[in-house]
Write a protein that binds this ligand. Structure first.
Ligand code: PMP
Length: 291
């Protein structure tokens, strides 16, 4: 059976799934998206991803093409049809197809596409010695709280990281503070053992995974501070790590070739990674799913 994509109401073989050349997602990045991990046949943190999708659509005044219950049903159906047990689902909603004109078109229906992937995208098992990140200047727009497909700055950042042999790029604002990773949230465990990550305002995307991990950490008595941290503080921290739906929780052991702490994955990041993996494996499988 060919791998299927969902495109505007139809399940279509992935290889022959196309969208129109005047889709506003293609021309203006006038679109939002979500990536949801699938673990043991169940979506991980689905309510958080749906809530953020609703928020992103609302901020851009894109009318959802479907109600949330129908959307969820189709997400489950695509995962089932593609027999994804462990992997991820990508969902994109654009303002739709219209003759090219910057302002919002009237009476245009929003467009929706969904695809799935098998592991290894979700979750990437952290290498035993952690991962390296490089720092890059923050080049993005001022509404990073919206999960828009306007990702050119992240494309450049990820390419720079790849060319440096690093796993991720940490973007740094003009004041020297880390905002977040190109596709993940950035965390440190400071000298006092406090978990630190930037406050979720418009300067970063509010990570669904990071939020769940913060909950797990708080439940284990760890203190969490939502504030800015500099690259220098990260290098001086006990530990660093990153979180995202596709990587879960990954220890960061080098920043710009310099070691973080003793240069080895720290106990807090390692434990949180284990707890999250366990939590991810305990999510409700979709109705009727038989792996
Ligand atoms: N920040 C950015 C810029 C991202 O692209 C992502 C990945 N979606 C994240 C943070 C992490 O968010 P989540 O945990 O919801 O995947």
């Amino acid at each position: 059976m060919p791998r299927l994509a969902y495109v505007n109401g139809r399940f279509i073989p992935h290889a022959s799934a196309f969208v129109h050349i005047e889709d506003r997602g293609y021309q203006f990045a006038d679109a939002v998206y979500e990536v949801v991990a699938v673990q043991d046949g169940a979506f991980v943190d689905l309510p958080g991803h749906l809530e953020r999708l609703r928020y992103s659509l609302g901020e851009l005044r894109i009318r959802p093409p479907l109600g949330l219950p129908a959307l969820t049903l189709i997400m489950h159906d695509l995962v089932r049809r593609n027999r994804i047990r462990d992997g991820s689902l990508y969902l994109q909603i654009t303002r739709g197809v219209a003759p090219r004109d910057f302002k919002f078109p009237t009476a245009t229906k929003s467009a929706i596409v969904m695809t799935t992937r098998r592991r290894p995208t979700a979750p990437v098992r952290p290498p035993a010695d952690g991962v390296a990140v490089v720092t890059v200047p923050e080049l993005r727009w001022a509404r990073r709280d919206i999960k828009s497909t306007s990702l050119l700055a992240q494309v450049l950042a990820k390419q720079q990281a790849a060319e440096a042999g690093a796993f991720e790029a940490w973007m740094v604002d003009p004041d020297g503070f880390v905002t977040e990773g190109a596709s993940s949230n950035a965390w440190i465990v400071d000298r006092n053992g406090v978990l630190v990550t930037r406050q979720a305002d418009r300067s970063i995307l509010k990570g669904v995974t990071g939020n769940a991990i913060a909950g797990l950490a708080a439940g284990r008595g760890l203190e969490i501070e939502r504030r800015k941290f500099s690259v220098a503080e990260a290098l001086n921290a006990r530990e660093a790590f990153l979180t995202s739906a596709t990587t879960f929780c990954v220890p960061v052991t080098r920043i710009d070739l310099q070691p973080v702490g003793d240069g080895r994955p720290g106990p807090v990041a390692t434990a949180l990674g284990r707890h999250y993996l366990d939590y991810a494996g305990r999510q409700e499988p979709p109705f009727g799913w038989a792996p």
